[in-house]
Ligand binder design. Structure first.
Ligand SMILES: Cc1cc2nc3c(=O)[nH]c(=O)nc-3n(C[C@H](O)[C@H](O)[C@H](O)COP(=O)(O)OP(=O)(O)OC[C@H]3O[C@@H](n4cnc5c(N)ncnc54)[C@H](O)[C@@H]3O)c2cc1C
Length: 452
């Protein structure tokens, strides 16, 4: 006899955790099935004798309320710490040198990351004198930024900044999905910068200013979730039917009232395709970029000659080996100096598959070229073949198609790909899917082992 369950959530990343917690808060009985050996998905911690490194994300923006909703449901909002003042400086590589960018908007006038022409292009946007509206529903981030700010600013500056968010190729990414606020700003204000500043001044309920991190890294989310949710780890789902029957890799079948499928789009595609060809085809085309996150520390303090701060980013035009380096030890007070360097992404995906030794050698050559210092001790590498979702041009139209194809199904989808590519998108999607579901449990769940 197949086991009967109320709600089964497949995938214990941020989207799955958000959906499961919210459904549980609404009185549903939820079981989370996770293929890996811990909850949290890409949000995790790599412990080491140098201190914790991020397996994926390292900080979050307090302006996004879903983070606080998640942390409150988990009872760990008190663990989030505002980033240290020492982490405020950020650097952009320009002409093989680290150029500082201070949080003060006026630093734009003095930074060596921008030429005089770049500053003029910013001023022209700010004054709203450049009006060349987009053609069609969507365009690439590259086309949008070049249209507003010109080629130099786009290639040298925005390409670096966007690498820090999407690790992607701007020519492939959708402007409306990746940077909806900027696209709206252009439409409403005739100036991307003025619109962006106005939206930064608007605060949503539950928002807090600043960036936040956890002393023990993002792994605290999965650990706390495992204590709140009934979970089966190391449990890979191999099939799901339209009427919410779930088959596990060991052949066990669970029959549920509802299923939330919160895995990467490419994993969800073959699970959906046998009974919903259209939805499966849309999901299968959703692209991800791979990343290898190289964790390292200095052999002796000061070896890297990297300044204090949040980290640096490079644009593809600089032709560096890596996309950028996060100064993870500088984020919170008292951390020992340690670094995580991003390699691969949508621009150079093949590099994410290099060996650990090749990765460290590439990072070392970048540090040597940028500061004259060296990357010393390899601590580990976090490898993500499907690291960050890359919303392609026309993504919103594909999402509308997907939602239509899935409407009325007892199997619902969640994941960062519903928004842009970030944690907030994963959380929003998890909470939204729970919100869309009936709050009444119709089948009592049998008691089962809870892994903590
Ligand atoms: C290196 C890196 C850095 C990042 N930095 C940032 C950042 O600074 N800010 C930011 O906002 N975002 C960042 N992101 C993106 C962010 O991590 C993701 O948007 C978010 O974590 C995705 O959550 P998710 O729940 O949608 O998917 P996932 O985290 O991918 O969760 C999916 C889960 O499903 C499980 N699963 C897969 N197949 C099966 C199966 N068959 N059966 C059962 N379970 C299955 C997986 O094991 C996984 O746990 C980063 C990502 C990476 C990789």
């Amino acid at each position: 006899m197949p086991e009967r369950r109320d709600v089964v959530v497949i995938g214990g990343g941020l989207a799955g955790i958000a959906a499961a917690l919210e459904l549980q808060a609404k009185g549903r009985s939820v079981l989370v099935l996770e293929a890996g050996d811990r909850l949290g998905g890409k949000a995790g911690t790599v412990p080491s004798s140098f201190g914790p490194f991020p397996a994926g994300p390292s900080s979050f923006n307090g302006r996004h309320p879903p983070f606080w909703r998640l942390l409150e449901l988990l009872g760990i909002a008190g663990l989030a710490q505002r980033l240290a003042p020492t982490s405020q400086a950020r650097y952009v590589v320009r002409d093989a040198a680290l150029q500082p960018l201070k949080p003060n908007p006026l630093s734009v006038l003095t930074t060596g990351a921008l030429t005089f022409g770049d500053k003029f292009a910013l001023a022209r946007d700010f004054l709203g004198t450049k009006k060349t509206p987009a053609e069609g529903e969507d365009e690439s981030l590259d086309a949008f930024l070049a249209r507003r700010f010109g080629r130099s600013l786009t290639d040298h500056f925005f390409a670096a900044v966007m690498t820090g968010i999407f690790a992607g190729d701007l020519k492939q990414l959708s402007a409306t999905s990746c940077m909806p606020a900027l696209v709206t700003a252009e439409k409403e204000y005739g100036s991307v910068l003025r619109g962006a500043l106005a939206s930064m001044r608007q605060t949503e309920d539950g928002a807090r200013p600043g960036l936040y991190a956890f002393t023990d890294g993002f792994g605290v989310i999965g650990d706390a979730a495992a204590k709140k949710l009934e979970t089966r780890l190391n449990t890979r789902v191999v099939a799901v039917t339209a009427n919410a029957a779930v088959t596990l890799a060991d052949g066990t079948v669970l029959e549920a009232n509802d299923v939330v499928l919160a895995t990467e789009a490419t994993v969800s595609a073959p699970l959906i395709a046998p009974w919903n060809r259209e939805a499966g085809a849309v999901l299968a085309r959703f692209p991800y970029a791979p990343i290898a996150l190289v964790h390292w520390s200095e052999k002796t303090p000061g070896d890297s000659r990297l300044p204090q701060g949040f980290g640096y980013l490079t644009a593809p035009i600089e032709k560096r080996f890596a996309l950028g380096t996060l100064f993870i030890g500088d984020l919170l007070p008292g951390g020992s100096r340690r670094f995580s360097t991003f390699v691969g992404g949508g621009v150079s995906p093949e590099r994410a598959a290099l060996t650990d030794e090749q990765l460290l050698a590439g990072v070392d050559s970048d540090i040597s070229a940028l500061t004259g210092g060296s990357a010393g001790v390899l601590v580990g590498v976090s490898r993500w073949p499907q690291a960050v979702f890359q919303p392609p041009v026309g993504h919103r139209a594909q999402l509308a198609k997907l939602e239509k194809a899935m409407s009325g199904c007892r199997v619902r989808l969640a994941g960062s790909y519903f928004g842009g590519a970030a944690m907030k998108d994963a959380l929003n999607s998890g909470f939204a899917v729970a919100e869309s579901m009936n709050g009444v449990a119709t089948v009592a769940a049998p008691s089962a082992e809870v892994r903590v």
